[in-house]
Ligand binder design. Sequence first.
Ligand SMILES: [Zn+2]
Ligand SMILES: [Zn+2]
Length: 282
Amino acid sequence: MNVSTQKVRQLFSTMSFGVRSLLGEILDVLLPRVCPFCRRATPNGQDPFCTSCTESFKSFRPPFCTVCGRPVPASFHGSESLVCTTCLHCPRPPCPDFRVRCVGAYEGNLREAILRLKYGRDLLLGPALGTWMACRFRVFFPQDSFDLLLPVPLHRARLRQREFNQSVLLGRPLAHSLRLPLELKAVLRIRDTPSQSLYRRGDRRRNLNGAFRVASPERIRDRSVLLIDDVFTTGATAAALATLLLDAGATGVSVFCLARTVDPTPPQPDSTGTGPNDTEAP
Ligand SMILES: [Zn+2]
Ligand SMILES: [Zn+2]
């Protein structure tokens, strides 16, 4: 891919979704289509990445723990009440109707793609990864319906510094494909909390106390909300937002993340299905 083609594609990625949809068809005819990760020419198809990059991102496959969404061994497929041991042995009861699903593991090429998007300003990757999530949405939420998508908000100081919210870039193609509104004003991040990675697990929840505020409760009340985020680590951010949204009258909150950090020890399924508990994803 030559530099000018890359520039045109990059400019294209910053446009609104409607304009992009129209121009995209023209652009696909005029310019060779390239994989936004490896930059090699790739045939037109539903997936935005080439076959080899798509495979390297390693999307999780079902069955998943019904609470936290971690994949569990295939031999447990078909169990309605499948709960992994991490969830089962958590002393903290989960929020009602708060489920988490992550598309892949935060490692290898998927991790590199997220880092290139967030810190390398490789803005082609935002819509491409969002489209990749959208293509896999029904694997993770086979029968679920939502009223709106809510990307995890950035504080305005962070937004000024980065100039984009990666969760919004991921959410746009998903909102378009599900024909759902992307809610960007109902919830504000009112405290610019230090990075969660600086805190130990127990301190991460305290770090987020009072970090968000519902600015327009009428846009949340009686709605089923799907939160969108790039990386799911301990679940503290999602838990803080879900609690706030449920308090504001949301009928349910689920979380859809691009990637989940890798567990030090993979969870084992508990076949008794006696009930969910989770420290990571309440
Ligand atoms: Zn590729
Ligand atoms: Zn679990």
